[in-house]
Design a protein around this ligand. Structure first.
Ligand SMILES: *[C@@H]1O[C@H](CO)[C@@H](O)[C@H](O)[C@H]1NC(C)=O
Ligand SMILES: *[C@@H]1O[C@H](CO)[C@@H](O)[C@H](O)[C@H]1NC(C)=O
Ligand SMILES: *[C@@H]1O[C@H](CO)[C@@H](O)[C@H](O)[C@H]1NC(C)=O
Ligand SMILES: *[C@@H]1O[C@H](CO)[C@@H](O)[C@H](O)[C@H]1NC(C)=O
Ligand SMILES: *[C@@H]1O[C@H](CO)[C@@H](O)[C@H](O)[C@H]1NC(C)=O
Ligand SMILES: *[C@@H]1O[C@H](CO)[C@@H](O)[C@H](O)[C@H]1NC(C)=O
Ligand SMILES: *[C@@H]1O[C@H](CO)[C@@H](O)[C@H](O)[C@H]1NC(C)=O
Ligand SMILES: *[C@@H]1O[C@H](CO)[C@@H](O)[C@H](O)[C@H]1NC(C)=O
Ligand SMILES: *[C@@H]1O[C@H](CO)[C@@H](O)[C@H](O)[C@H]1NC(C)=O
Ligand SMILES: *[C@@H]1O[C@H](CO)[C@@H](O)[C@H](O)[C@H]1NC(C)=O
Ligand SMILES: *[C@@H]1O[C@H](CO)[C@@H](O)[C@H](O)[C@H]1NC(C)=O
Length: 632
């Protein structure tokens, strides 16, 4: 009995040990399998232009050209081998063994033969770029095996036969390009709400364009025999070209525009008068900080004494090492930094030269207890991508929030200010807004919002995500400010032109912000980063167009290139990254809130784009070094 127990214990320990050993070997073996699959692919293919640097003795994930692995380094997830002069068919049972593959680009080679049927094993395939090869024959009938396909580009090949009906099951599909092949037969009904980009031109398609695809402009069907393909434009509201719709819906009347301009200048005048008063008051060394300047009936001294009701104190958060009190704050000199949705922000400089940002809230709609609860929620968040609330103050007449002072301008001013644009074009800006920085800003801001969404049992809403509330932290990643206020403010004020472009449809309809509404607003920021355009901008000087609608219309009509900020197009080899980011942005600004990704998912998607970029850059660095060695 006893020996049996000892034996079984040994056996258990032994098998556990074995199991862990086996798991290790298993993991290594998987990558080893992927490596072998790639080597088989390379060995069986002839390529002309430049040799691959795929050396068996070097790590696959670290220095094989065109290969990217998963974060844990166990699987190959991306193979990008464009323009390497490959020709002949894709060797069977090679790439198809990379079962974790998500991105496959073999574009612009001379590959021929039929569509590799064994790609059916690549169940996680998300981006497929086979355009500009010499493939021929029909496509596989069943595309539903690739549930995650998002971009499919098969253009400029010799594929023939009918367009598989099964495309209609690819609910993630955003772009489908089958242009310049020999597809024949009728176009299947592809009712895919996410589909933004379609090109079926230059084929031999016949019949009638299905209703679901009539929202695309006629140009995507050009180059088929016009007398055989029927693009009916009759009695259906969907048929109206997207751009026309954008114009009609997005247009504000000239009068409304005038109203905005007048309101703007009045605000400007008030601001100016305010500053003037501030200067006058500063002479007396006491600045009536939460003063009633507009009413002008309260002396600074009275304001202080009133604010100092025994129960109303400046409440600091833990870990904050400021050493000032309300009186110091009230005595500080202050200047207006900006008027926001929820109040005015000031820079306050204390007598000991401490600088803080003080936000003076207007229209707070809740009592003291609820206000304090909300402040505690906000103050609890310690994260490098979220502004840290240092202190707050509540009295009947005044509600203040105190933050660290931030020197850099907001993302909005970096992207859209005339002067900073001018400076950047002249090349003398401290932070150039290159693609790398934009990616980092996006990632930081996304992480910040995702962190906010975990607070309060996963229910806290930022409520005011816009580029003028995004700043750069010391590592040049984005961080977010002005969070968590929408719930304590009286119903959202009428849309100011600037905030309007960020507001999700459900917020406009119900006046209630959800976490999904933050995702929408964040999508608008991504579009801003990609296009360089304001969320609401004018075209031809008098039409106001919302960025989301504009992007949709351009993307549908002229494909992607025209969408992007010309400044970004200077950087080589980032087109696919731009398109991937555009897909993320478009997923965020989907109309139905529950179809948008969660913020944590958005973070992951952006991280993926960034990691792949990083790995690619690392791969290319040694090559560049070799080149420069040759030079000297
Ligand atoms: C590949 O990695 C090895 C070391 O692991 C390094 O010595 C070599 O320079 C790398 N080659 C390339 C082309 O990256
Ligand atoms: C497919 O992707 C998901 C998530 O990205 C991952 O969990 C899964 O293991 C992948 N499948 C394969 C076969 O690698
Ligand atoms: C594609 O195939 C045709 C003949 O089938 C050939 O003439 C042409 O050179 C091929 N193109 C490429 C890029 O290999
Ligand atoms: C593929 O291209 C090779 C030459 O590159 C040619 O020999 C072969 O016949 C082509 N196959 C097909 C199916 O076109
Ligand atoms: C599709 O992608 C999601 C995450 O983006 C992943 O969880 C899922 O496993 C993928 N589907 C398949 C069939 O691999
Ligand atoms: C597909 O490939 C064509 C030709 O290279 C290119 O013009 C187009 O932008 C690509 N579309 C997508 C969605 O990648
Ligand atoms: C179609 O593709 C061929 C190469 O496959 C190319 O030479 C031709 O210019 C393309 N036609 C159009 C209209 O893009
Ligand atoms: C497709 O092309 C192949 C040759 O590449 C031909 O044999 C076949 O009949 C074509 N099929 C259709 C439906 O046109
Ligand atoms: C579709 O593809 C063709 C090339 O085959 C190109 O000339 C055309 O501009 C594309 N149309 C759209 C709307 O992108
Ligand atoms: C288009 O189809 C009609 C009717 O079948 C035919 O007469 C005409 O030649 C075709 N045009 C082209 C360019 O193929
Ligand atoms: C195109 O549609 C119209 C109206 O539905 C119809 O009268 C016409 O015959 C159709 N033409 C073709 C070629 O199918």
């Amino acid at each position: 009995m006893k020996t049996l127990q000892v034996f079984s214990l040994h056996f258990l320990v032994g098998s556990l040990f074995l199991l862990s050993q086996m798991q290790g070997i298993f993991a290594e073996n998987i990558l080893e399998n992927d490596k072998q699959a790639l080597l088989d692919f390379a060995n069986k293919l002839h390529h002309l232009r430049r040799p691959l640097n795929w050396d068996e003795n070097y790590p696959v994930c670290k220095n094989w050209t065109g290969i990217t692995c998963s974060e844990d380094g166990k699987r190959v997830i991306s193979v990008r081998l464009p323009g390497l002069g490959f020709h002949g068919p894709v060797p069977e049972n090679t790439l198809s063994r990379l079962s974790a593959l998500q991105i496959l680009s073999l574009r612009s080679n001379g590959l021929n033969g039929t569509f590799p049927l064994d790609f059916g094993n690549l169940k996680n395939l998300t981006f497929l770029y086979l355009q500009h090869n010499n493939f021929s024959g029909p496509l596989p009938l069943d595309f539903s095996v690739w549930k995650n396909l998002t971009i499919v580009n098969l253009s400029d090949n010799g594929f023939n036969g009918t367009i598989p009906r099964s495309f209609s099951s690819l609910t993630q599909l955003i772009a489908l390009n089958l242009a310049n092949n020999s597809f024949s037969g009728e176009i299947p009904d592809l009712d895919l709400p996410n589909l933004q980009l379609l090109n079926l031109s230059h084929n031999s398609l016949i019949g009638t364009v299905p209703k679901s695809l009539q929202r695309f402009p006629k140009s995507v069907f050009l180059g088929n025999n016009e007398s055989l393909l029927n693009y009916t434009i009759t009695n259906s509201p969907i048929v109206l070209a997207p751009r026309e719709r954008a114009k009609n819906v997005g247009k504000l009347s000239g009068r409304a525009l005038l109203g905005i301009i007048i309101a703007g200048s009045v605000l400007g005048l008030i601001g100016f008068g305010f500053m003037l008063l501030v200067c006058l008051l500063r002479k007396k060394t006491v600045y009536n900080f939460p003063g009633k300047l507009e009413k002008g009936n309260l002396s600074p001294e009275k304001a202080i004494s009133r604010s100092q009701d025994a129960s109303n104190k400046l409440v600091f958060f833990e870990g904050c090492n400021y050493a000032f009190d309300l009186e110091d704050l009230l005595r500080a000199s202050a200047e207006v930094l900006g008027k926001g949705t929820f109040g005015t922000a000031y820079r306050a400089i204390m007598e000991d030269a401490t600088m803080v940002v003080v936000k003076r809230l207007k229209d707070v709609n809740v009592g003291k207890k609820e206000f304090e609860q909300q402040m505690n929620l906000i103050g609890n968040i310690k994260h490098e991508n979220v502004i840290e609330l240092r202190a707050y103050y509540y009295s009947k007449d005044e509600k203040l929030m105190v933050y660290d002072y931030y020197r850099e301008g907001s993302l909005a001013s970096m992207l859209h200010d005339f002067l900073s644009n001018l400076a950047r074009k002249r090349g003398d800006d401290r932070t150039p807004l290159d693609w790398e920085i934009r990616l980092n800003i996006a990632l930081g801001a996304a992480k910040g919002i995702a962190r906010i969404h975990t607070e309060n049992g996963g229910k806290l809403v930022h409520g005011n995500v816009k580029s003028s509330n995004i700043f750069l932290n010391s590592r040049h990643f984005g961080y977010v400010s002005d969070l968590g206020l929408s719930t304590i403010m009286s119903a959202l004020s009428p849309p100011i032109a600037r905030a309007a472009g960020y507001r999700a449809p459900e917020v406009t309809d119900t006046r209630k912000a959800l976490q999904q509404s933050d995702v929408y607003s964040f999508g608008v920021i991504l579009l801003e980063l990609l296009t360089g355009k304001s969320p609401v901008h004018t075209i031809n000087g008098d039409e106001i167009v919302h960025l989301v609608r504009w992007v949709h219309s351009v993307v549908r009509e002229e494909w992607t290139a025209e969408v992007f900020d010309v400044e970004l197009l200077r950087y080589p080899n980032i087109e696919e990254e731009l398109v991937e980011m555009l897909q993320i942005a478009l997923a965020c600004v989907v109309r139905m809130p529950d179809q948008r990704p969660k913020m944590s998912e958005v973070v992951k998607m952006i991280e993926n784009v960034r990691n792949r970029r990083f790995q690619r850059l690392c791969l290319h660095r040694p090559v560049i070094e070799t080149l420069s060695l040759h030079k000297y």
